[in-house]
Design a protein. Sequence first.
Length: 577
Amino acid sequence: MSFLSVYWNKYKGLFITSVCFVVAEAVFDLLQPRFMAMMIDNGVGSYDPGYVIRMGLVMVGVVCLSAGCGIVRNVVSSTVSQKVGAEMRQDMFVKIQKISVSDAEGFDGGSLVTRLTNDQTQLTFFINSLMRNVAKAPITVVGSVVMSLTLNMRVGAIVLGVVAFAMFTILLSMKLTYPVFAKVQAALDKLNTTVREYLMGIRLVKAFGRQISEARRFAAANDDLVRINTKAARILGVFGPFTGLAVHLGIAMILIAGSRWVGKGDMKVGEVVAFISYMSQLMFSFFMTSNILNIFVRARASYNRIREVMDLSDAEDLGEGDRYEPIRKDASAVVFENVTFTYPLSTGDSAISGVSFRLERGQTFGIIGPTGSGKSTLTSLLLRFYRMDTGSIQLFGEDIGDMTPKRLREHVAIVPQTPMLFSGTIRENILWGNPGATDDEILGAAKDAQALEFIEAAENGFDTWIGQGGVNFSGGQKQRLSIARALVSKPDVLILDDCTSALDSLTEAKVLSAVRARSENLACVLISQRISTVRKTDNILVLNHGAVAGCGSHDALVKGCEVYRDTCKSQIGEGDY
């Protein structure tokens, strides 16, 4: 079932109401030329002022009724389309939150932004146009033909021929422009992705002096968008005038034929005027129909792109309102058993293969290995960002596959390699880990993360504003705020994923000491490439090319694990490790 059916079921009453008023407005408009013909032929032609006045009053009344219907139609259609647009944006954003990480990574970041904004706007605009004009245009076209045929069959045939030619032109234009507008949205994706990548890497671009190169890359994406948009505009520009040409030729034919028939007494002057009025209404309806179909072509392309996202399977339940469920106290904190995983669409070897280890409550557990050995992959699997290929992972005696994502992650906190802060105050960013934390808990988390000193030194303390991405803080300060955010959540398992790389040795030692002292029941995982970070942990897992090279204490690994021993030599040098 299409995601639009949800909005139809919710707003179909208002939609039908709008269409009813559109139909009434179209009927009133179609009556005007007939009344005008009657006024001219029966009133003006017969020199009957009273009849002219009566018909004039009738026409004024019909105009007022038509205007009233138009006002109601516009108000209802605008209200409904904006509500649907707002709900569609909200539903799509929630959907993006529910899909799996691998599915989200299948889209460029710029593409998801375009689908959430530009594509949604196209659909909203189409819904508004649909409610305002979709019924009026065909009713006006059909009604004009019917009224013309009832007035005069010969002139009605001319009108019918004009309608047939115009509709053929409109449908051909629609067929040619649809694939072009699909390419327009793809080009817009590329442009947005280019801008997004530049803004995210602006410091790197400036550091390497690549501004001119980036400007060229943007110009290429911009030129592609202009080229495709121009192609679509040319198609519309070629076919559009043909519709107007057909209508004006029809008017000319009616005037030529009408002048002869009026002279012979086969036709009245008022009927000629009515036919001209119907042709004017037809021309307006053709332009309206052409615009609606062009909007439909754009909206159809946008609809397909939005549906690609909305049709993805939900990988996560946001779990709003779920109760906190306690964990077992007598089970191991984390257990990996023969876990193997390969990233989706990967053409290489498995990221990790046959990994097994056990982490007990109250222990600190180090994970070390060279770049690309699979250290961060383990945390992604534990947090169920990805599904493992084989094996099992247990958290406090429960298989993580049987736990809701919310329940799983309320017991696990992670500080990622790259610290991510959000626009807002320092307090708001720390509370992001636990919205219900007290001031004392915030203060304690900042103190243990060694962030309290620079927070208090700031002019507004915890109310100091953080720019987008933490641009007004150093790398070390951002890492410490990220650690404070994790600590305030009071997790049962804390993962520090190489998050102290920007800290000096003394500050790092203070942070790790405070983490160990927070709770004897806290299980802490330290992921690092530095021996100094993991050597004091209870156990150390050594990874190499995604496989376990060794597991044990520092002293045991120095004696029995060649990979670990070589790492010690490269970082510390020969001697006593």
